[in-house]
Design a protein. Structure first.
Length: 92
């Protein structure tokens, strides 16, 4: 008997972002960029190999300094090794 587990474990997960992190994004980025930044941040933390998503999200925001290109840059770095963005942001 073959059981379809995809109904129980969907392939795509929506990464929830903490309320205080959303507030930080709103304080740091222009209103028109907030949704984009939140979508980018959701790319980190949805996989089990991506630990400490809230801490990493805050580090990416800090390092991004209100610049979407920098957010993308540090997101790529976090996906490679999350400890790098924590170190760069001083959160170690």
């Amino acid at each position: 008997m073959c059981v379809d587990y995809t109904a129980w474990f969907p392939h795509t997960w929506t990464m929830e972002i903490a309320a205080h992190t959303i507030a930080l994004v709103r304080d740091t980025f222009a209103a028109k960029e907030v949704a984009t930044v939140l979508d980018l941040l959701r790319e980190y933390g949805a996989e089990s190999s991506q630990p400490e998503p809230d801490r990493v999200h805050r580090a990416i925001i800090k390092l991004g300094q209100g610049d979407l290109d920098q957010v993308r840059r540090y997101l790529r770095i976090a996906k490679s090794d999350y400890r790098d963005v924590l170190y760069y942001s001083g959160d170690y």
